[in-house]
Design a protein around this ligand. Structure first.
Ligand code: ADP
Ligand code: MG
Length: 940
């Protein structure tokens, strides 16, 4: 039971309670004895046996047109779904709770149950009830579970998000390795497309890599789950966690299963897998086998994803930079939300995966940028391609369903239409290539798009009808004229319907019962019906000979005849034959698709890639992005950089334009911008300036530009030259993490420690107001030491925003640290933010001006000004600030103080000009307003 509870990870508290209660009250072990004992009906025995084999699942038990749930399953499901709980029969003297969902709405209910953390075993009838009856009156219809549905094993479009990848990930940490050397292996499979990825990272990098994979279900051994470090990583991801026996993590079995499913004798072609990686793959494939009950899962070529190939981004940085999701967990407001212009689900998945795992090899990145560049320069080509892509179906998911025997006619159509889109795109690109040749990656895409034989496209186009039903069992999806036999059977079936009409007319004429009609229902089949009042002649001789009485209803009497029975059997057998022929054709088409499976998979991937590249090109053209230059130097030179998300938010709100800024940590080939020459030796910029001046925005935009550049996208800048970054870190001081029960300062320090331990010379580090979570002197001291460490030990490139002006003296002492500040303009008592980075340090923090802007009561800001003046005065004179403060009159006293002297003078002057005898009531009132305004002096 404890195990069942552990598997539950849904966020919904109510669901948590109900699922836990359900798990605790699973049919007890005594079912075993029940089964063999007497007093249990055969159908109950069948149910209990199947349920006992799937104790951790809700059992969807197929009965006719419903999936029924019984016992605790029914109670839990009724609560989780808000459906009626009823009862049916008795077990051990007690009512059996029951609820049910109709077959045609099963997907919708499955979806809701999976979302709430349940697993569902789907039990089907394996034979027709008629077949069972033939075995004897008491024979039970054969049933068994055909599939276990879990979050990581979904394949239906209605259960999946089209634009999000759905990984099932197995995690394996070898027990003997400890400490920093410890490595964690992971193997992931998206059953709905066959995408497979296997890799290994250090324990320290695991949390970040898990976030990159962002699986919807994780499987791990109980031992692994008992480890606190791993547990913590898993707690931060939203995946459902399924414990499996440690024995599943068997590297030999993993190797065997991989070879078997990929149909190869040797895995070397896919990379050298470690023991732990093979063990993870073993557990993964074993679990897939168990949940798919033996169906052949389409397994794509496994990609080895080593940390060496990627820009490493840890978990804290990922959420701080809001790469895929914003802080509130939505796509809107994230970098992905701002740059996603893809048109297909597969393209969106590809883009998200590139964004989550940017590259590190300049050549690979340049190859991607070549394609974006090619497409961004050719508006007509790009528009034509995007028009073709818009109608491209999700071939990968259709292929997976077909391979799993779960496909329908519409999946066949997806392959048919996908082949058309692929051909259209290939033709368009080739036409454009004629003059100039193609970038390498684009010609590879064209090759994949054209790899399938034209025969398959023709066969599908010829076979499939225009309007397609959802399910193959309904028939009616094969085009008229595709197969003569089918046309014949259909003709017979429909022609016999015509015969029924003729039969009816004949009977009416012969019997003179004008209201005699041929009708149909599922129990009687076809029958003749006459209203009670006119049925008499049919019930008496001689007509009663031919018209056999079947039923007497309240207002009608029903009959049948030999002819009717014959006609009916002709109709039924023709319909059955037509349906059987259609099923045969379905299987032929599936087999034809299966022959091309690998090529179709490549075609689907190429379409996804093309959509992704074309969307980045569209974005670049729309937003005026430029191609970044990536090299192996330690350059970090961004000219006129912008924040991609803030810029678009300003555009959308029509709130003015974003102010572009340079960031020249290590200059590239271009001349250093004016005023920055003195900083050109610096690797680390200290950014000071008041709150709201744009420090955080500036820091993040440079991190985001790095991510975009290394994923192969153009960037929001006038020019960008970036020496490849190996690790990217971003930390914001005092992140609120109350939910995890850690003090905010503790979090800040844990995260700071991780950076200082991991950052290398190739890394880019962004610290935003570190040390804010503690007392001033503590915070300042820590910030000071961190800057010195980054300078002397890490030697990384970095931006360090701080509100401690004291730090700015470091720039004078350490050669590779420079001060920059966010420009502000003071105007009367007000402060105007120019959002412009310039060399130099802020002289003060303008806290009170910002507070005024925020609408703090005037009395408070005035009072704060007084306190500040005293403190600063005291500091200059070396006096004790506290002593001075204790001399200050209290707030209440200060509040009633007279206005300051300059206001008094102005007031006196204005009063002197007033002659009360000359004032009308209205001008007296105006004068009063004027006088008051002199003292209040609100900012205009
Ligand atoms: P700080 O970190 O200095 O307190 P932020 O970076 O949070 O300041 O910026 C405050 C606000 O100023 C942002 O919400 C943004 O709307 C605006 N802003 C910042 N930088 C710019 C810019 N370069 N151009 C236009 N608006 C900006
Ligand atoms: Mg800030």
């Amino acid at each position: 039971m404890a195990e069942s509870r552990k598997t539950f990870r849904a966020g919904d508290a109510k669901a948590r309670v109900s699922r836990a209660a359900w798990a605790a009250a699973l049919p007890p072990a005594d079912l075993e004895t029940e089964r063999s004992g007497s007093g249990v009906t055969p159908s109950m025995a069948q149910f209990l046996k199947i349920k006992a084999a799937h104790p951790d699942c809700l059992l969807f038990y197929r009965m006719g047109d419903f999936y029924e749930l019984f016992f605790q399953d029914a109670i839990a499901a009724a609560e989780a779904l808000g459906i009626v709980l009823t009862k049916r029969g008795k077990h051990l003297g007690e009512d059996i709770p029951m609820c049910g969902v109709p077959i045609h709405r099963a997907d919708e209910y499955l979806h809701r149950l999976i979302k709430q953390g349940f697993r569902v075993a789907v039990c089907e009838q394996l034979e027709d009830p008629a077949q069972a009856r033939r075995r004897g009156a008491k024979a039970v219809v054969q049933r068994d579970v055909v599939r276990v549905v879990t979050p990581g094993t979904l394949t239906e479009d209605s259960l999946l998000d089209a634009r999000t990848r759905n990984y099932l990930t197995a995690i394996c940490c070898l027990p003997h390795a400890v400490g920093a050397d410890r490595r964690i292996a992971h193997a992931s499979l998206e059953i709905s497309t066959g995408a497979c990825e296997i890799g290994e990272v250090s324990a320290a990098d695991f949390a970040g890599d898990l976030m990159r994979l962002s699986p919807s279900e994780v499987i791990a051994s109980d031992q692994a789950l008992a480890e606190s470090a791993l547990r913590k990583c898993l707690d931060n991801c939203t995946a459902a966690i399924t414990p499996v026996p440690a024995a599943s993590f068997d590297s030999l079995a993993g190797e065997r299963l991989l070879k078997q499913q990929l149909a190869v004798a040797d895995l070397a072609a896919f990379g050298a897998f470690s023991r732990a990686e093979l063990a993870a793959a073993g557990a993964l494939l074993k679990y897939v086998e168990l949940t798919q009950l033996g169906q052949k899962v389409p397994l794509g070529v496994p990609r080895r994803s080593g940390p060496e190939e990627r820009l490493l981004i840890d978990a804290a940085t990922r959420s701080s930079l809001e790469l895929l999701r914003s802080r509130s967990g939505e796509k809107q407001g994230s970098l992905l939300g701002a740059i996603d212009r893809t048109l297909t689900g597969a393209g969106a998945r590809e883009l998200a995966s590139r964004l989550a795992g940017p590259l590190r090899d300049p050549a690979q990145i340049a190859a991607r940028l070549d394609v974006v560049g090619f497409l961004s320069e050719r508006d007509p080509l790009r528009e034509d391609l995007r028009r073709a892509l818009r109608s491209a179906p999700d071939i990968a998911r259709a292929l997976a369903r077909l391979a799993l025997q779960r496909g329908g006619p519409r999946d066949l159509a997806a392959v048919r239409d996908g082949l058309v889109s692929a051909r259209d795109c290939a033709d368009l690109i080739e036409a454009a290539a004629a003059a100039v040749g193609l970038p390498l990656n684009l010609s590879a895409i064209v090759r994949s798009l054209s790899a399938c034989s034209a025969g398959l496209a023709e066969q599908l186009a010829a076979a499939l009808a225009d309007e397609l039903p959802h399910h193959r069992r309904d028939g009616g999806f094969v085009r008229q004229g595709f197969r003569a036999e089918l046309d014949e059977a259909r003709c017979l079936r429909d022609g016999n319907r015509q015969m029924l009409a003729e039969l009816e007319a004949k009977y009416v004429a012969e019997t003179a019962v004008k209201s005699l009609r041929v009708r149909h229902n599922n129990i009687l089949g076809f029958y003749l019906e006459a209203p009670a009042g006119s049925a008499k002649p049919l019930l008496s001789e001689p007509l009663a000979q031919r018209f056999k009485h079947r039923q007497t209803m309240a207002g009608a009497v029903r009959f049948t005849t030999e002819e009717l029975i014959e006609t009916e059997s002709l109709i039924v057998s023709a319909a059955e034959r037509a349906l059987a022929l259609e099923q045969e054709i379905f299987n032929e088409l599936t087999a034809a698709i299966d022959c091309e499976h690998a090529r179709l998979g490549g075609l689907a991937a190429a379409l996804a890639e093309l959509d992704c590249e074309a969307s980045l090109a569209e974005l670049a053209a729309e937003q005026g992005y430029t191609r970044p230059v990536l090299d192996e130097n330690s350059t970090f030179d961004i000219r006129g950089g912008r924040h991609p998300v803030v810029e678009q938010a300003l555009q959308a709100a029509n709130a003015g334009s974003f102010i572009a800024n340079d960031c020249v940590l290590v200059p590239g080939t271009a001349a250093v911008p004016e005023g920055f020459a003195a900083l050109s030796e610096a690797r680390l910029w200290l950014v000071t300036g008041p709150n709201m001046a744009g420090k955080s925005t500036f820091l993040r935009q440079n991190a985001l530009i790095t991510v975009m550049a290394q994923m192969g996208s153009f960037v929001p800048a006038r020019a960008a030259q970036i020496g490849i970054v190996d690790r990217l870190f971003s930390r914001v001081g005092a992140a609120d993490d109350l939910a995890r029960g850690r003090s905010t300062f503790m979090v800040e320090m844990v995260e700071t420690a991780a950076i200082l331990n991991q950052a290398s010379e190739r890394s880019l580090v962004i610290f935003d107001e570190i040390g804010r979570g503690t007392a001033t002197y503590d915070g300042l001291s820590i910030a000071w030491a961190v800057v010195e460490f980054l300078h002397a030990v890490s030697k990384c490139r970095g931006l360090f925003a701080t509100h401690y002006h004291e730090l700015t003296v470091l720039a004078g002492r350490l050669g590779d640290i420079a001060n920059v500040t966010m420009d502000v303009k003071e105007w009367r008592d007000e402060i105007i933010f120019l959002h412009k980075v310039r060399p130099g340090a802020a002289d003060r923090s303008y806290g009170i001006q910002v507070a005024t802007l925020a609408g703090l009561p005037k009395a408070v800001t005035k009072r704060a000004t007084q306190v500040l003046a005293l403190l600063e005065n005291g500091e200059r004179k070396g006096a004790n600030g506290e002593a001075l403060l204790s001399d200050l009159p209290l707030f209440a006293a200060a509040r009633t103080q007279a206005p300051p002297p300059d206001e008094m003078a102005a007031l006196a002057r204005a009063l002197a000009e007033v002659n009360p005898d000359e004032l009308t009531p209205k001008s007296a009132l105006d004068t009063l307003y004027k006088l008051k305004a002199l003292v209040d002096k609100d900012p205009p």
